[in-house]
Each structure stands twice: as C-alpha cells, then as structure tokens.
Design a protein around this ligand. Structure first.
Ligand SMILES: [Zn+2]
Length: 316
C-alpha cells in the first residue's frame, strides 16, 4: 500500500469526492432485506446525501445532525417527511477516514448492506476507485468546550483538542470480550491499519431477543462475530487482537461523522453505543458556544506521528 504523507497527516484542505460510481450489494443486517447501493461523485458543497430510490418522493436524507434519529442497535438518519436510512455507521466511518465530503448515495432499501460487518469492503472499493480532490476548502467542526453525556454506568465526553482521537473502554461480563481499552488517533493511515476491518459483534443469547424485536434478521457468521458464553462461534476466529473494542472505535468514527463535517476533538468513552454517541453529537450542536466551524485552510493540524501500539493497553 502506497501511503502519502498527506494521508497520514490528513492535511488536505480541500473538499473531496470519489473518482467514479461504485456499486455495493448485500443484505441489511437488521432488516434481512437484499439491497443495492450506488455511490455517485458529487460537486463541491453538496455534502453527503442518501437517496431512497425505492421511493418516488421525499426520498433525500442529508447527513446532518438535525436528521439524527434515536436508535439503539444501529445509527439512523430521518428527513422531515419521516423517510429514514439506517445502519449507516460503517460507511460513514469510511467516508470520515477517507475524508470524503461530497457524495450522493442511492439506495433501494431503508438499510445499508452489512457487507462483512466492518468498513473493510467500503474502504477497499473507494481506495481502488480513487478520491478526487476538489477546488473549494472543506469545513471542519472544532470542539470548544468539554461536553459529556452519561447513561447509567456508561458515559462519553469530548474535550477540545488539535486532532481527533478516541479512547474507548469496554466492560463485558463475558470473559472472552471482558474489559479492554483502546486509544486511537484518527487519520487515514491509522484507520486502514488498525480499525477498518474490525467486525460488529453480538452474544448468541441476545440473537433471539433482537430478532423478536425485528433486529438482526440478516445477521450471520459472515457479517458478525457471535459469542456464545465464552466461545467464539465463527470458526475462522478473530481478525486481530482487540477486535471487539476496535469495532466500538469504528462505530464512534462513523457516528461522529453524522454531522456531515469532519470533527476535531478528544473523545473518551466508557461502554459507548450509538445511543450515547448520538446524544453527545446532538448536545454539542445544541449550543453554538460548544463548537466552531472553520475552513480547513485556517486549521493547523497536530501531527500524530506516534505509533498507536505504544499507547494501547490491553486490560482484558
Ligand atoms: Zn458497528
């Protein structure tokens, strides 16, 4: 893989789209429905917009904090006519990492294809097709204050910072997953090397419950890690050490792009989930003193050159 310095440092200041159309097809992990999706390059200042081509009207849903719809098991956006698109987090994580700012996403279902349960296939295909640097500077969101959200024992907070980073802790009673912690500094290089391939996971005891509520209908061992008591049901094992906590980081990278602009802040989370992430993002945007939107050419990035491996402690 040929990685340029600009990829490592995320110092490109201009907006970006993809070079040409990309097709994906698969099954929605919750709906179980077959879905076709088409990523189409878009002009400057277009933003990222989903178009539900299975519907004739009111079918545009912009990636925007005002369109975030509360959801527990996946991330969901809904327009003001009630039309929604869900399980967007793994594609948004890829777009956040590859710094894609303008894109039209045509989809013929309400849920994105699960692919392999990670961001791997989205990332590989976009990298293959290539990224087009556009003529206008991109905008970024800079956190100005410490803001936090707590839900029982779980919490997430963000502090102002010169770069985007996530420190995520998980704590599962199950000893196979157990306690773990991961410190991740966000840029394309670290995303490709550490995060993008980490798959979603669930407990086999929860599968029946989820399905009773209409979730997980398309889930299987090809698009999720399933843990039964303290045993992994996937015969191929884990893809890497710390895959569970890395997937939680991946979800955060996707969820915090739901405002439609790259975000700069230092996040700390204990047992995060989509619900908590969505609440924090909405709270940030509720008060104009919490953030500043800047053109990226006025932004001096912090150069996170340290190797993340050195900063990670496996507490499991
Ligand atoms: Zn996920």
């Amino acid at each position: 893989m040929n990685i340029l310095n600009s990829d490592i440092l995320n110092i490109d200041v201009n907006q970006k789209t993809i070079n040409s159309v990309i097709y994906f097809n698969g099954v929605g992990i919750h709906s179980g429905k077959a879905v076709n999706m088409k990523l189409i390059p878009a002009q400057e200042n277009f933003g990222i917009i989903f178009k539900r081509v299975d519907l004739e009207k009111d079918n545009l849903i912009k990636v925007d904090v005002n369109n975030i719809e509360d959801s527990r098991f996946c991330s969901k956006l809904k327009n003001n006519k009630g039309v929604f698109v869900s399980t967007i987090e793994h594609l948004l994580a890829t777009l956040h990492a590859l710094d894609i700012n303008n894109l039209l996403i045509e989809i013929n279902s309400s849920e994105l294809p699960a692919m392999d349960g990670s961001s791997n296939e989205f990332t590989n295909k976009i990298n293959e097709i290539g990224i087009k640097i556009q003529k206008i500077p991109k905008k970024i969101v800079k956190i100005q204050k410490t803001i936090s959200v707590k839900l029982g024992e779980r919490f997430i907070k963000v502090d102002p910072s010169a770069s985007l980073s996530f420190t995520v802790k998980i704590n599962y009673p199950n000893t196979l997953i157990g306690k773990d912690k991961y410190c991740y500094t966000h840029n394309k290089h670290n995303f490709l090397n550490e995060i993008c391939y980490a798959r979603t996971f669930c407990m086999s005891k929860d599968v029946t419950k989820l399905r009773a509520y209409g979730y997980g209908l398309g889930g299987n061992l090809n698009n999720a890690i399933v843990v039964d008591e303290n045993k992994l049901l996937n015969s191929s094992g884990l893809r890497c050490k710390q895959e569970f906590v890395k997937h939680k980081v991946l979800d955060c990278v996707g969820d915090f792009y739901m405002c439609g602009l790259p975000i700069i802040g230092k996040f700390h989370a204990s047992e995060p989930g989509h619900e908590l992430n969505n609440k924090l993002l909405k709270k940030i945007f509720k008060n104009k003193d919490n953030f500043k939107i800047e053109e990226s050419n006025s932004f001096q990035p912090y150069f996170p050159m340290q190797n993340n491996i050195l900063t990670n402690i496996n507490v499991a």
